[in-house]
Design a protein around this ligand. Structure first.
Ligand code: KG4
Ligand code: ZN
Length: 337
């Protein structure tokens, strides 16, 4: 079954063609990052306008790269929640128009569920940890993106128990805000990672909010500590501060995820969302999972950040579970998974 995926929830206009929720025929991502970087973050109005401009060229490219025509497409999957409302409406309106014109089912997809399903896309040599056949239920999944830090117990398709989430900033938000404080630019995650590669992670001791007895997270105290540290005198190099900050985030994320898996007796851990592209998070999680006898899965870097292949993959699983939409589907800025 061939699913055409559409993603426009934030600042990436993306379309993809995916077979059976697993094999990528194409995955085109037009990023608006450079434009938003001027403002230090995503400007919602600008994002919607760029989606309108980019959508049709991105659709055409996704079909061309997959050497498909619309006639080959069995269903359309589209992110309809959560995200920037204006941005979501561009994608959902296009999906409904396509569904109507092609007489094909349209599947609304939750963006966070889609991040999880990036783990079901076929493994690549570059990222052997990813992939169908390995990523399975039951598992504990850590979704770390710009807007979310959610820990789930995945019991089966559509059967997810939210164990805990962040009480304040999301992990990606902490990377973005602290990068800004350190003068490292936007988006913060990749910038901090790059600076951290040259720094000493033990140069500074930043607080780790472990919140014992809960599966919740908190990163606002860490952000405040970074702010105060930067106001001090005799500062170590920014690379050291970046490495120490990254180490604190990675330490908390990995400890809490492994503790949840141990507590539930689950042997599989999945990482998802933009922050799961972080090389230090992947390395520390791998070391600690190996030690604890747990299997670890994460998507290839290109499929960690927003993309339409993951939307098509999640849509496929909803489709085979018998879900269809009657074209009354709507966009929603805030809806929990
Ligand atoms: O999943 P995503 O592309 O969009 C949302 O759904 O939010 O995640 C974006 C977030 C941003 O906060 C970005 O700074 C962070 O993911 N990110 C990273 C890395 N790459 C992206 N954070 C840490 N290390 C990275 N390599
Ligand atoms: Zn995302």
């Amino acid at each position: 079954m061939i699913v055409f995926g559409i993603e426009t929830s934030c600042d990436e206009t993306s379309a993809a063609v995916v077979v059976d929720g697993r094999t990528l025929l194409s995955n085109v991502v037009a990023s608006q990052m450079e434009e938003h970087a001027r403002y230090g973050g995503v400007v919602p109005e600008l994002a919607s306008r760029r989606h309108v401009e980019q959508l049709i060229p991105v659709f055409r490219q996704a079909l061309a790269e997959a050497t498909c025509t619309w006639a080959d497409i069995d269903a359309i999957a589209v992110t309809n929640r959560p995200g920037l409302l204006g941005a979501l409406l561009v994608g959902t309106s296009a999906a409904k128009a396509l569904g109507m014109a092609l007489k094909k089912p349209v599947i609304p997809v939750h963006h966070i569920e889609a991040h999880l399903y990036a783990n079901w896309l076929a493994p690549t040599l570059a990222s052997p940890n990813s992939g169908a056949g390995g990523a399975d239920y039951p598992s504990v999944a850590l979704v770390v993106s710009g807007g979310h830090t959610d820990l789930f117990h995945l019991r089966g398709h559509g059967d997810y128990v939210l164990l805990g989430r962040t009480r304040d900033d999301a992990a990606g938000e902490a990377f973005d805000k602290c990068a800004r404080l350190m003068g490292l630019g936007y988006p913060g995650g990749p910038a901090v990672q790059e600076a951290a590669e040259r720094g000493n992670p033990k140069a500074m001791t930043f607080p780790r909010a472990l919140l014992p007895g809960t599966h919740e997270f908190s990163f606002s105290g860490l952000k405040t500590s970074v702010r105060y540290a930067l106001q001090g005198e005799n500062l170590p190099p920014i690379a050291d501060i970046a490495a120490s900050f990254q180490e604190a985030v990675v330490d908390v994320l990995s400890k809490k995820t492994i503790a949840a898996a141990n507590e539930l007796g689950v042997e599989r851990i999945l990482l998802a969302g933009g922050v799961s592209a972080n090389t230090r998070l992947r390395a520390v999680m791998q070391q600690r999972c190996d030690k604890a006898g747990l299997s670890l899965f994460y998507p290839p870097v290109a499929l960690c950040t927003d993309n339409a292949a993951m939307i098509a993959a999640a849509g496929y699983h909803r489709l085979i579970a018998g879900e269809r939409d009657d074209l009354t589907l709507n966009a929603s800025a805030q809806l929990p998974l």
